[in-house]
Write a protein that binds this ligand. Structure first.
Ligand code: HEC
Length: 116
């Protein structure tokens, strides 16, 4: 009896541990909220997940930064400082600066982009 119980407890602990790992790693962002942010900020005018517009697709961006530990920081700088952006026709202009000052909201959007 005690033995059965402890096996069950062990299984419960294992299940909880894997659920925690799952939700705290690459899946921590909220995709619907990210979509709402990028929509409100006008980002989809030049970007889509996988349809080429004036800017690179977010899937291309995710591929470019795959496995790079500083990806999130790099993109945070990119969308908050107005770096020079090179367009497909060769002209350059300052990249749009995201309006919200809510860093968590911006990071959520970046994590979604990097997950594509
Ligand atoms: C007027 C068009 C335009 C708008 C609006 C725009 N972007 Fe961009 N974006 C670009 C272009 C062009 C590039 C490519 C820059 C380059 O490679 O030099 C780019 C690049 C990026 C990249 C990749 C940067 C990198 O280092 O690879 C990300 C991420 C990005 N934009 C996010 C956003 C977000 C988030 C918004 C909304 C706040 C946004 N963009 C709005 C045109 C736009």
């Amino acid at each position: 009896m005690t033995r059965t119980l402890s096996i069950r407890q062990a299984l419960t602990v294992a299940a909880l541990a894997s659920a925690t790992l799952f939700s705290s790693s690459a899946f921590a962002f909220d995709a619907a909220a990210a979509d709402a942010t990028l929509r409100r900020e006008g980002c989809f005018k030049c970007h889509a997940a996988d349809r080429k517009k004036d800017g690179p697709t977010y899937r291309e961006v995710a591929a470019r930064y795959k496995g790079k530990p500083d990806a999130e920081k790099r993109l945070l700088t990119h969308i908050t400082t107005g770096e020079k952006a090179k367009f497909a026709d060769g002209h350059e202009e300052d990249h749009k600066i995201i309006k919200t000052k809510d860093v968590n909201e911006i990071k959520n959007a970046i994590q979604w982009i990097l997950s594509l």
